[in-house]
Design a protein around this ligand. Sequence first.
Ligand SMILES: Cc1cc2nc3c(=O)[nH]c(=O)nc-3n(C[C@H](O)[C@H](O)[C@H](O)COP(=O)(O)O)c2cc1C
Length: 330
Amino acid sequence: MIAVDPDLLHRLVAEARLAPSVHNIQPTRVSLSDGVILLQDDPARRLPAADPNGHDVRLSHGAFLEGLALALGRAGLAIADLVLAPSGAAGPIARITVAEGAPDPLASHVPNRASWRGGFSTADAAVGAALARLAADQPDLTLVSEQQAIGRIAALADRAGLFFLRDAGHRRELLQWMRLSKAHPDHDRDGLNAEAMALGRIEAFGAGLVLGPLFPLLDRLGLAGPVTAEAGEAGSAAAMALFHRAEGEDPLVTGRAFYRAWLAMAAQGLAGCPVSVLVDWPETHAALCAAHPLPAGRRLVNVFRIGVPAGPRRISHARLPVEALIRPAS
Ligand SMILES: Cc1cc2nc3c(=O)[nH]c(=O)nc-3n(C[C@H](O)[C@H](O)[C@H](O)COP(=O)(O)O)c2cc1C
């Protein structure tokens, strides 16, 4: 065993925090106990409307854990022993004992992976080969690249999105995690800022109104669907990537694979983002599984829209400072 000291922990967390988390809520906290790393849940970071059973929060913890494993590899270290607590148990989520190890090639893609919510280039000749390599490398992904099927999934996503947006609690929670102005105190720290959502200043202002006071009126006028639709962006995707894992798997384990699958996309020069509403709404979940049957024993966890970004892409990660993620040693 190698005892982790506070300086090393700081370096590791600086990289691990780049892992994706649902709505960028960053629910994972870290501490040291006799050189062992403990992961803890911050119960203040929850999404009761979008994630009522905590599945996506636990999956986000799993992504952080994978981020930590990749950071350890870059430092010539590895997880030697990992104890995961069952969901809902008191105390740390995970205890990580460290030993010597070797870098993982996926780690070099950590700084380049970020959610891309804009449109995709439809004229990139290399994208077919990139998708073929991704499919060969990732048994957890089923790629749907036929254009009509992509269009159908994009339309399903808009229906599912509207279903959830009609719930006032859902809209309130989403707005609470949106940082639509640069003046928002948490703009660079957490949540979804306008740049990450590929919104210009005026669009960001409009999004605040549409999701806020105007929504009921727009919906009565039949305009809420058209105004909130993302089928333009999603429909231009080179593929919809159905991410699936073994039924009954702990979402903590699923989250590790989720992050690895996303990094594998980045490794092929592909960008995109999950479209959780597709799996969260039973109606679209069932429609997707009927149209694209998964291998036996697999559960559809999420769907990514992916491709080569159409416009210029500036990668930035709004994240909490490392100090806010590390708790005093226990
Ligand atoms: C479980 C999970 C579900 C997510 N669902 C969505 C989604 O439905 N739509 C979306 O645009 N991004 C989604 N994301 C992406 C997060 O919003 C994103 O990872 C976070 O804002 C951090 O930004 P980054 O990915 O650019 O680092 C999801 C991420 C996770 C971990």
